[in-house]
Design a binder for this molecule. Structure first.
Ligand SMILES: Cc1ncc(COP(=O)(O)O)c(C=O)c1O
Length: 392
């Protein structure tokens, strides 16, 4: 393991914590029952485990257990929220507001709805990655049914002003959905205080297993109507059919429980590590910090580097660290990241970007090694670049 690159891509995914794995294992072989089986102990024990996670998730976001709908992850939760609301409320209105820097799991369902005749407003962001609330205010229309704004951005880590957005939506009787895939367990989330009506969650960004997530759907003040996007056995009160994946659900609960217990200390530790990395990298000239300097996830540092080629940069870093670049990583294309170009960067600068996702298992020694190697790589590429220019 030690010869492998240092893992700093925690926005892409995280390893399953050993404590989470230990909680999950008995549910593969011993407690394997179907939580819907109501006539025997196998079903009862699985159902009890599912109930426990529902309670943990609900407590984590100040909701009730009945408001938690299990899904396969945040992609499915976003699809269910956006398409489910659109289908349930289309007679009330057909206008939806979202933001250009959202994850494709929000943008693509919105683009799909556009093909069905819905109208979309894609808000731009300011230089620091945050939305401009006056722009949001202007975007509301009498036929607006939904606003979807993420809690924390997966590339630049910025935390959008959810409380202000929630208040504006509630005042206008518009539903508010937030994709909190990157935020759950890392920052406090309270759906009552923030006036959030639907919220997407996932386990694998918070040291839980892949393939499990949830959608919070408000049941009171107001009660949100949702058209199911998957039909079948009527699980999850008809909103998402399919046998519940008990081991993953148990892992999700354990992961969130641990994250909440450690949130305060981890926030401080990760903020210090990020600061340690930034202090070293910012010694170099021509390094830009992407995203708001403080209103961001503790473990996120995203930089753009002047005077180097993006792919040469990534290639130079690969042997020492596993990081993500400024190109769109979720598809097969190599377009520059839509988030970085939305900040106003040129294509070249957007390409020459690095996302450092620092997590639970990273140490200060690793951060120093990463900083030193990044600096050396940038210096060497710049030297080669200027040499090539000089000899042209
Ligand atoms: C902000 C955001 N939304 C949605 C997703 C998709 O989540 P999942 O992998 O659980 O479908 C991700 C993960 O890539 C994300 O970062």
């Amino acid at each position: 393991m030690s010869s492998r690159p240092i893992y700093l891509d925690c926005h892409a995914t995280t390893p399953v914590d050993e404590r989470v794995l230990a909680a999950m294992l008995p549910f593969f072989t011993e407690h394997f029952g179907n939580p819907s089986s109501i006539s025997h102990v196998y079903g009862w024990e699985a159902e009890a485990a599912v109930k426990q996670t529902r309670e943990i998730l609900a407590a984590a976001i100040n909701a009730t257990p009945e408001e938690i709908i299990f899904t396969s992850g945040a992609t499915e939760a976003n699809n269910l929220a956006i398409k489910g609301v659109a289908e349930a409320y289309f007679q009330k209105g057909q206008h939806i507001i979202t933001v250009v820097t959202e994850h494709s799991a929000v943008l693509d369902p919105c683009k799909y709805l556009k093909t069905l005749g819905f109208e979309m407003t894609f808000l731009s962001v300011q230089k620091d990655g945050l939305i401009d609330l006056t722009e949001l205010e202007k975007a509301f229309r009498p036929d607006t049914i939904l606003v979807s704004v993420m809690a924390a951005n997966n590339e630049i880590g910025v935390l959008q002003p959810l409380a202000e957005i929630g208040a504006m939506c509630r005042e206008r009787n518009v539903l508010f959905h937030s994709d909190a895939a990157q935020a759950i367990g890392k920052i406090p989330l309270d759906v009552q205080a923030l006036k959030i009506d639907l919220m997407s969650l996932t386990a694998h960004k918070v040291y839980g297993p892949k393939g499990i997530g949830a959608l919070y759907v408000r049941r009171r003040n107001p009660r949100v109507q949702l058209a199911p996007q998957q039909h079948g056995g009527g699980h999850e009160r008809g909103m998402r059919s399919g046998t519940l994946y008990t081991p993953q659900i148990v892992g999700f609960g354990k992961a969130v429980e641990i994250a909440l217990q450690e949130q305060a200390t981890e926030t401080e530790r990760l903020t210090q590590l990020r600061q340690r990395l930034w202090e070293q990298l910012s010694q170099l000239k021509g390094i830009h910090l992407n995203g708001h300097p403080t209103q961001r996830l503790p473990g996120n540092l995203n930089i753009s580097v002047e005077g180097v080629d993006g792919s040469a940069l990534l290639l130079g870093l690969q042997s020492v660290m596993a990081v993500s670049s400024g190109s769109a990583c979720s598809s097969a294309t190599t377009a520059p990241s839509h988030v970085l170009t939305a900040l106003g960067h040129s294509e070249a600068l957007a390409y020459a970007s690095i996302r450092f996702g620092i997590g639970r298992f990273n140490t200060a020694e690793e951060i120093d090694k990463v900083a030193q190697h990044t600096i050396a790589t940038i210096q060497s590429l710049r030297k080669q670049g200027s040499f090539a220019m000089h000899n042209r």
